[in-house]
Design a protein around this ligand. Sequence first.
Ligand code: 13P
Ligand code: SF4
Length: 363
Amino acid sequence: MFQAPLPLELTHLTPEETAERIGTARQQLGDELLILGHHYQRDEIIRWADHRGDSFKLSQLAAQAKDARYIVFCGVHFMAESADILAGDDQIVILPNLSAGCSMADMANIRQVEDAWCDLTGIVPEADLVPVTYVNSAAALKAFVGRHGGACCTSSNARKVLEWAFTKGKKVLFFPDQHLGRNTAVEMGYDPDSDMAVWNPNAALGGCTAEKIAASRVILWKGHCSVHGRFTVDQVAAARAEYPDVNVIVHPECTLAVVRASDYNGSTEKIIRTISEAKPGTVWAVGTEINLVRRLQAQNLDKTVFCLDPVICPCSTMYRVHPHYLLWVLENLVAGRVVNQVEVKPEIRRWARVALDRMLEIS
Ligand code: 13P
Ligand code: SF4
């Protein structure tokens, strides 16, 4: 997505000046405005969020926020698209920086998914195959899933959605995150080798044999998160060597080996809940994005909380939502101008809504 450069004047504002102007604009917009913030946003953004949450909670909130005229989504593009699909027709969803995408979501496009479906249904009957897309995907992929009898999932409800999918068919095509798909299927008792195939969209027949596809229950798209892919089993071992009583908790976008080496795994919301409810004095090594880990540290001063990865790694696309962009979209709204609206085309919206509604019903 093309992001227009910010007016020079805004880029020269200090953090204090920026915060003051955001506060004024927010007050002027009053109840017309709802600001949603994903847990990976920096503190300077999160402080303005009316609600913060994981992808699932934010999609529920977008579906329920019937009063706000403007929903400013401080997160990444696929999240703002989901909010637009779930919000009412008269509501306007705005992403402060249009270049805030998700590298994982970019690992599957609609042409590749349609090609894969065509190849796979040449091997297994279409009625046996159920598509499931992680919400970290473009709206066109959600629409594909809606049209083909499948559902979306998030890291909060992937297991429930996969269980549902297996009541609808014998095999699941899961995209774009192979790790969330694999970790969830393993938790359900499937074998990562004999029950699963990895579909490489850049290879003929996904780099698989027809026999492997026929024998598999879950076909995993070869996509991953560049942030969570950094966590390693060695980091878990180092944390355990330093703190023998450490609790290791990671996001399910980490590899199976890392999830297996950890004590707990779950969505950002689950990570927050687990650490917040833990006993004082406990030690937590966390495998997720650094803005969230730092916030957990600040909010749990009675515990030891640290990031598994010593070379801290923020989600660079989430980080593109800088306060200057938030200020820019808000001041434009005050002036009666809508900038950076995220609007999903009606034909895509209709079927993507089916896939998201199924997810919300299943959860
Ligand atoms: P959550 O669903 O846990 O919020 O995760 C979203 C995400 O993009 C993690 O990388
Ligand atoms: Fe995408 Fe990973 Fe960033 Fe989540 S953390 S938005 S999956 S790149």
